[in-house]
Write a protein that binds this ligand. Structure first.
Ligand code: 5GP
Length: 205
């Protein structure tokens, strides 16, 4: 699917519970849409072996993070599973000015805040086919111990409930087939962008 060039900047929020395949979907969307860029968040969580500073996150101490909050450098921030996460505002503004599609992969609390502050943001929520598949995926990642898995699983169920009941998400995408979910996310983004610029989506949708 080709991205159109030269359209207006657009903010896209993508949320979904831990283990739903959100990161894979978001990275594939960014690969497929040349105009799309993923915002790099700030966090106080511990850097894992796979994480790259400035690529996956900006890793900050709690004091540094709170300084960024006080200085108004974050578009939104939220505490997730005991750690702070936030979206740096200046890079997002610059990318939007540059007519880019800026993707925020953030939790539901952050998603609600962005929708409140930036009502024009397109918001997508990724759902697992069933709660059981989500639990299986969390276990299958081999990343966390049983206690952390159970914590992330209950958090995931709560996130799904809040996202559904708040009505803050414009569309939901069930990740029962990865390629299908990526296609749907790309199509929703391109359709919305085409609608805003008053043109027909090049995908023919
Ligand atoms: P993880 O620690 O697994 O990388 O991320 C945990 C959760 O924090 C995920 O749901 C992720 O989407 C969310 N998250 C990552 N960056 C941000 C951010 O900047 N703001 C908010 N509110 N959530 C974030």
């Amino acid at each position: 699917m080709q991205s159109e060039s030269g359209g207006a900047g657009m903010l896209v929020v993508i949320s979904g519970p831990s283990g739903v395949g959100k990161t894979t979907i978001v990275r594939s969307v960014v690969d497929r849409l040349p105009d799309a860029t993923l915002s790099v968040s700030a966090t106080t969580r511990t850097k894992t072996g796979q994480d790259q500073e400035g690529v996956d996150y900006f890793f900050l101490s709690e004091d540094e993070f709170m300084k960024w909050v006080d200085e108004g450098r974050l578009l939104e921030h939220a505490n997730y599973a005991g750690n702070w996460y936030g979206t740096p505002k200046a890079p997002v503004d610059e990318l939007l000015d540059d007519h880019r599609i800026v993707i925020l992969e953030i939790d539901v609390q952050g998603g609600l805040l962005v929708k409140e502050r930036e009502p024009d943001a397109l918001s997508l929520f990724i759902l697992p086919p069933t709660e059981e598949t989500l639990l299986e995926r969390l276990k299958g990642r081999g990343r966390d111990d049983e206690q952390v898995i159970q914590k992330r699983f209950s958090e995931a169920k709560r996130e799904i409930q809040v996202a559904t009941e708040s009505g803050a998400y414009d569309h939901s995408i069930v990740n029962d087939d990865l390629e299908g979910a990526i296609d749907k996310a790309c199509k929703l983004i391109l359709d919305e962008r085409a609608r805003r610029s008053g043109t027909v989506n090049a995908s023919g949708a």
